[in-house]
Ligand binder design. Structure first.
Ligand SMILES: Cc1cc2nc3c(=O)[nH]c(=O)nc-3n(C[C@H](O)[C@H](O)[C@H](O)COP(=O)(O)OP(=O)(O)OC[C@H]3O[C@@H](n4cnc5c(N)ncnc54)[C@H](O)[C@@H]3O)c2cc1C
Length: 431
């Protein structure tokens, strides 16, 4: 019996799509790489079906790519030639909210926004929030260890996860739906899967630690004359706000000018300063319209592709004491290497994480690669990382060794070999 027939036997004929029945959306993620049709799309309805399908793929060495909400920016969920795509789109639902433990348990394909709303309805707050909240899934957030807008107070996804259920490459289901804050019984294997970008197993259930729901959120915009003043403001605010800041989002002046010029977002503060910072503190109430107005500045970045065509995007981290040097270096090096290029810097300054968007003119795959090389070599020269939060996927694989040492890479390869010896899961991603 051929592979497709065997898969249909375990997950049902309507859960294995081939040819024209595979929707175009499953051909790519948000990384902007050319779309590739998978040999088949699996949409199992239960974890057991998913496990059975994976066992079959493992037995014959069939490579599989896992797909959540397909909002990833590193090319990890886009199929490679010859891969079966395994979607979690039917593994959806918040299964439990435990008010005593302050936890929420959900299936991996549940959209983040559904989880946020369920937590709020129960009087809690989900610590994870990002711009793709309506489409990304909690399984994808775990697989990428997503960061986002609230990392300052609640940490990255890793810090919000108490328990996991995963399916290993050979179809074994491993479960630790732990709801306790403390559980030091042996290795915490769940942490290994967080941020592994689907290369070690498929996440199927997640237990999240929830947080008290803030009474309101106060947002403010600051403008300062240099990056160092921005970092000093961060440290001062941290000392004066007892519960800690929720957000500290930076927009350097090039970004602010495009937001308030090209995109006509109302400028709450005059232009001409070096750095604008969107600060949010989850204690004092404020009108949601005012808050939305300030966030419109930051979210103007989602219109870049439509306005300027393809961009080269980055999510690098830079040690905070080198941040001003990094901005100064990019401000000189990018226009010098790519005359006429548009570039902006913005991002989660308090987390040492900045995003750059560069539009070389003309944009070609070669110029895009040259921009990559320039940005990554500068970031690593300053002691930073090639990925702060979006992950390595396929896009950043050539640059991983700039950030990780040979012994670290060897350790990662050992873990991969132990858990997925036939390398069927997300082959060619990360390592
Ligand atoms: C508008 C926008 C804003 C964004 N903002 C942020 C941000 O602020 N911070 C941030 O960190 N990211 C951000 N992202 C990137 C993206 O949303 C995150 O990486 C998100 O966590 C991906 O979730 P997903 O369900 O869409 O995963 P997908 O894109 O489907 O997959 C991403 C990776 O995870 C793997 N994967 C997915 N589901 C599973 C699973 N159940 N088990 C194992 N592996 C799996 C895939 O194989 C792939 O390698 C943004 C993206 C967009 C489009």
């Amino acid at each position: 019996m051929d592979l497709i027939a065997r898969l249909r036997e375990v997950v049902g004929a309507d859960s294995v799509k081939v040819g024209d029945d595979v929707p175009r959306r499953n051909w790519q993620d948000e990384a902007g790489l050319p779309p590739v049709a998978p040999v088949a799309l699996l949409v199992p309805r239960t974890v057991e079906e998913l496990a059975a399908a994976l066992a079959i793929c493992h037995a014959v060495g069939q490579p599989v790519v896992t797909q959540g909400g397909l909002t990833g920016l590193a090319g990890g969920a886009r199929p490679a030639e010859g891969e079966v795509a395994l979607s979690t789109e039917k593994l959806v639902g918040v299964e439990e909210i435990d008010p005593s433990a302050g936890t929420l348990t959900a299936l991996a394909g549940t959209p983040l926004e559904v989880i946020q709303k369920a937590a709020e309805a129960a009087g809690f707050m989900c610590g994870i929030d990002l711009g793709a909240r309506g489409s990304c899934t909690i399984g994808g957030n775990v697989a990428t260890n997503a960061g986002g807008n609230q990392v300052m107070r609640y940490g990255m996804t890793r810090r919000n996860v108490l328990g996991l259920e995963v399916v290993l490459a050979d179809g074994q289901i491993v479960r630790s739906l732990n709801k306790m804050m403390k559980n030091n019984a042996g290795y915490d294997w769940t942490q290994l899967f967080i941020g592994s970008e689907g290369t070690l197993g498929v996440v199927t259930r997640v237990v999240l630690a929830l947080h008290p729901l803030p009474r309101g959120i106060l947002s403010a915009l600051l403008a300062v004359n240099d990056t160092e003043s921005g970092i000093r403001a961060l440290r001062r605010l941290e000392q004066t706000i007892p519960a800690g800041l929720l957000t500290f989002e930076a927009m350097w002046h090039e970004f602010y000018e495009i937001a308030t010029g090209t995109f006509r977002v109302i400028a709450p503060l005059e232009r001409g300063r070096e750095l604008y910072i969107l600060v949010a503190d989850a204690v004092v109430a404020q009108s949601s319209r005012e808050r939305a107005g300030l966030w419109a500045l930051r979210e103007s970045v989602y219109d870049y592709k439509r306005e300027f065509g393809p961009t080269v995007g980055f999510d690098i981290s830079i040690p905070l004491d080198r941040m001003a040097d990094a901005i100064a270096a990019y401000r000189v090096a990018i226009p010098a290497a790519f005359p006429g290029a548009l570039w902006v810097a913005f991002g989660h300054l308090a987390d040492s994480n900045i995003h750059l968007q560069v539009v070389p003119r003309p944009w070609t795959p070669e110029t895009a690669k040259a921009v990559d090389r320039l940005v990554y070599s500068e970031a690593t020269r300053l002691g930073g990382s090639v990925s702060a939060e979006h992950g390595i996927g396929t896009l950043k694989r050539p640059y991983l060794a700039l950030t990780r040492t040979p012994p670290e890479l060897a350790l990662m390869a050992t873990v991969k070999q132990a858990l997925d010896p036939k390398a069927i899961l997300n082959r060619g991603r990360v390592l």
